[in-house]
Design a binder for this molecule. Structure first.
Ligand code: GLA
Length: 390
């Protein structure tokens, strides 16, 4: 049975207040935190995220025409668009639901006009994929109201296309995939080239995943993300004359990269070193999770952070502060920045008994170092998106 959407009562009440009648269904899609495998997705590599217990819910009902009416409860906004829309229009928030409808239609799915409201609790601007949750929840709502059955992969890909082609943010596939396909108690090992995935049981009794939000908002649309992508593509081009089979950094082993280090600029080499080693770490981390080896998992998280800080250069003083503070607490086995970087959140793996000391030490030391307060919360690995009919 599908899980009950967390904000069911709230979105149903908002739907009734807005449109006067009961919704047919409520779809839910979670945010995510990535355990390891950062900046690897757009290099055709591997990622290992979990879905977190914060989600976006969409209450929807079919209309008799081809109008899409949407109310964003948490934003206090409301707007509509026609299903035949050809260009993005309206405020930024509307482009997510719009883009998903457009991409599903472009893929040949006949959607219905709907009335919809959405609300949720995925922190926005915290690097926890609130936008992917909106996209994936709407994709479910559109498919379900139109009576179309879509796979998790189809939902994830249409959502990613909406983000790239309609909203204009050049993300990889990780966020939408884990929101669509996560399994409770498991991390999702996704091969971002083949889109094959495996649910890896988190076999770590007494350990918890802790998210630490620096409360520095990060804008992915910012140019640094695009620059990192370009550095990686340039590194691939520089390697191709020597390694003609290389299509992406995923195809390069750490040894091959060192052999051809002289063919890359310093910046390209740093970026590429991060990606090829991070791919290796991610595969090893999946094995460590499965084997219940928390110590090894923690070491890999730690190396990942250093690499993102020093080689990929996407960390920030706040992220480094929260990771260093967390790492100093007994029982915290690993900590690293997570997501795109430049703010947003960090993730730690900690013994259950270390959570309270971790929260206390961060509350004391993080404001001293940064002048800000961090938000710290424990996350179970939650199930991916679904919907219920009312
Ligand atoms: C953001 C993007 C993802 C991924 C991460 C970095 O979260 O949305 O696709 O590239 O950054 O790992």
């Amino acid at each position: 049975m599908n899980p009950t959407p967390k904000h069911l009562d709230r979105v149903v009440a908002a739907f009734e207040a807005t449109y006067g009648g009961r919704p047919e269904l409520v779809a839910r899609a979670p945010g995510r935190v990535n355990l390891i495998g950062e900046h690897t997705d757009y290099n055709d590599g591997w990622v290992l995220p979990i879905a977190i217990p914060y989600e976006v819910n969409v209450a929807a009902k079919t209309r008799q025409d081809d109008q899409m009416r949407v109310r964003a409860v948490d934003l206090g906004k409301q707007a509509s668009f026609g299903l035949d829309i050809e260009e993005p229009s309206g405020d930024t928030w509307l482009r997510y639901p719009q883009g998903v409808a457009v991409m599903l239609r472009r893929e040949g799915h006949a959607l219905q006009g709907i009335d919809a409201v959405y609300a949720g609790d995925v922190p926005r601007g915290s690097g926890l994929s609130s936008s992917a949750a909106v996209e994936v929840a709407f994709a479910h709502a559109y498919a379900a109201t139109a009576g179309i059955s879509l796979s998790g992969r189809q939902i994830a890909l249409a959502s990613k296309r909406a983000e790239n082609e309609w909203v204009g943010v050049p993300t990889g596939v990780m966020d939408q995939f884990v929101s669509a396909l996560a399994r409770e108690g498991h991390a999702l090992l996704l091969d971002c080239r083949t889109l094959e995935y495996e649910h890896i049981p988190i076999n770590l009794p007494d350990m918890v995943v802790v998210v630490m939000d620096t409360t520095v908002s990060r804008a992915l649309a910012g140019s640094e993300y695009g620059k990192r992508r370009a550095d990686c593509e340039a590194a691939v081009q520089a390697l191709q004359p020597h390694l003609p089979d290389v299509k992406a950094l995923r195809d390069v082993s750490p040894e091959q990269l060192e052999e051809h280090a002289d063919d890359l600029t310093d910046v390209q080499l740093k970026r590429a070193r991060h990606v090829v080693r991070e791919n290796a770490r991610t595969l090893e981390a999946a094995a460590a999770l499965r084997a219940g080896d928390a110590g090894r998992m923690g070491e890999l998280m730690h190396s990942s952070h250093e690499s993102l800080r020093d080689l990929y250069e996407v960390s920030s003083p706040d992220l480094n502060a929260v990771v260093e503070i967390a790492s100093s607490v007994d029982g915290v086995v690993g900590a690293r920045m997570t997501g795109g970087g430049f703010g947003g959140s960090a993730v730690a793996l900690a013994q259950q008994s270390a959570v309270e000391p971790l929260q206390r030490v961060i509350a004391e030391q993080y404001p001293q170092r940064t002048g800000r307060h961090a938000k710290v919360f424990v996350c179970e690995a939650d199930p991916g998106a679904s919907f219920i009919r009312l």
